[in-house]
Design a binder for this molecule. Structure first.
Ligand code: FRU
Length: 497
């Protein structure tokens, strides 16, 4: 049970934030104001700002009774901290304010404050079931003005009573909601576990956010894709519908290399029957550290996505005694090509580019450093043109006995990140491999480094790989290598304010 109030959390974070030096944080990735961060929550555009909340425990760098931390930004790369938005201090959420979503309340709905910022999140509570105590999860509602939020007394608005037969209130969480203007209805997907232990996304609808009706199952693991599907999402781009989720306990197969993974399913959605027809299933990101992604729409119509840039597997491991832990990815612009999801860094990142260096038609054989190209906050584009090479490598965070290696083998189309010398004393995860097309010699890579991470966008965003790089920030060397002869163009920028 959490015995600290929202007021206390706000006081604590305001007093302790300055103990974290700016150069100990990433430059453009959001990290917690103090303490621990996990999932992105409530990613939304509201009254002139992007808002990004996050699972938050301000008092230590470990997971605890969850609060909602809060930040806002006009451009998705420069974030301003706001006071924590929610603390687990009410009967509906006394054991934690878990993940959820946010949106602006539309006009003209009786009983709802038009124009307010609505939050729907999971409240965790301890309940007695016979002679034992268990944790239950139910969906709660709060309204605010972009800074301060008040929990609605109707909370929880969806609980055990609205579960279909066989489902358990012990695993019933992470609501994401959207408004269908044509029907004047809200829809909400919530992740849940069926009687066989399979993860399912339950779909509900409501005219007023307070009374919800169960409709059916939107999607689920179907016996094959992990167990509990945490943090689900649903969106459409053009004619293609997408379901995303973070399944726990994935089998290590094919594209899926993480125990707690991330998936994107593409297909079609029929709004009349509420049926999602699955066409393809892929991993959303091949890296070590991408989980619990959320999607929202910007004011310009762009579909944007952000994920927790961390894995649960490695989350107990600490490299440095920092007063913060956890980062969000750089938000991504989502588009669709040939029915597949395409992810690219938001274009606003270009506003941080400094000091360009362009090398065209390099013929690389062996290892090469390009004197001005070094740093841990970088934006690089590497275009392999071809050549007779067996391996091409990008080596970064070099120094003080460390180096991290991203290498590509065209014969198999495998792009591997080896972070065995990236400063982890105990990396629980091993290498991660992005699978491109076997035989392809003209791989294109966009790489973003931001002190403690690498984000790789391959083949114009068809595949991505995101990983934490805990190497001490002073190790800032960069080199390239080829076994055989590779022809390559390289463009690099430093990223700075
Ligand atoms: C996913 C998750 C969610 C839950 C939250 C708790 O990382 O386990 O399912 O709401 O984190 O912090």
């Amino acid at each position: 049970m959490n015995d600290r109030s929202l007021q206390e959390a706000r006081k604590y974070e305001a007093e302790n934030q300055d103990l974290i030096p700016a150069d100990q944080r990433p430059l453009f990735h959001l990290s917690p104001r103090t303490g621990w961060m996990n999932d992105p929550n409530g990613f939304s555009w509201y009254k002139g700002y992007y808002h990004l909340f996050y699972q938050y425990y301000p008092y230590t760098d470990l997971w605890g009774p969850m609060h909602w931390g809060h930040a806002r930004s006009r451009d998705l790369v420069r974030w301003e901290y706001l006071p924590a938005a929610l603390a687990p201090e009410d009967p509906c959420d006394a054991e934690g304010c878990w993940s959820g979503c946010a949106f602006e309340v539309p006009e003209g709905i009786e009983g709802l404050p038009a124009g307010a910022h609505a939050l729907i999140y999971t409240g965790r509570t301890l309940v007695r079931e016979g002679d034992r105590e268990v944790f239950h999860q139910s969906q709660c509602l709060a309204f605010g003005d972009g800074i301060d939020y008040v929990k609605d007394p109707a909370s929880p608005v969806v609980g055990a009573a609205q579960l279909p037969p066989g489902f358990s209130a012990c695993d019933f969480r992470d609501p994401f909601a959207w408004w269908e203007e044509s029907e004047r209805l809200f829809y909400m997907g919530v992740s849940a576990m069926d009687a066989e232990g399979g993860g399912q996304i339950l779909l509900y609808s409501s005219p007023d956010l307070k009374s919800w009706t169960y409709i059916g199952i939107l999607e689920g693991c179907g016996g094959g894709i992990g167990r509990m599907w945490e943090c689900p999402g649903f969106f459409r781009i053009g004619d293609t519908a997408f379901v995303i989720a973070s399944p726990m306990g994935m089998p290590a197969e094919g594209e899926f290399q993480n125990l707690h993974g991330n998936v994107v399913l593409s297909g079609t959605y029929d709004p009349a029957s509420h049926r999602f027809e699955r066409r393809e299933v892929h991993v959303m990101d091949f890296g070590h550290d991408f989980y619990a992604a959320q999607v929202t729409q910007g004011p310009d119509g762009r579909v944007l996505c952000v994920g927790w840039m961390q894995s649960w597997e490695n989350s107990p491991v600490r490299q440095a005694p920092f007063r913060w832990f956890g980062m969000q990815t750089l938000p991504r612009e989502l588009t669709v090509k040939d029915g597949r999801l395409i992810q690219n860094p938001v274009r606003e990142i270009e506003s941080l580019r400094k000091d360009p260096h362009v090398y065209e038609g390099l013929v690389l054989s062996g290892r090469l450093s390009l004197a001005p190209v070094r740093g841990r906050m970088m934006d690089l584009t590497i275009q392999l043109r071809g050549g007779d090479y067996r391996v091409f490598g990008f080596v970064f965070a070099i120094g003080e006995g460390h180096e991290s290696v991203l290498f590509y083998e065209p014969e198999t189309g495998r792009l591997t990140l080896d972070r065995s010398r990236s400063g982890y004393r105990e990396d629980r995860m091993g290498n991660r491999v992005l699978l491109s097309e076997p035989g392809r010699r003209d791989l294109k890579l966009r790489i973003l480094l931001d002190r403690y991470s690498i984000e790789v966008f391959a083949n114009d965003g068809l595949q991505t790989l995101t990983s934490v790089i805990p190497t001490p920030a002073g190790a800032d060397g960069i080199a390239f290598f080829a076994e055989g002869t590779a022809e390559v163009d390289i463009t690099s920028y430093e990223l700075a304010e």
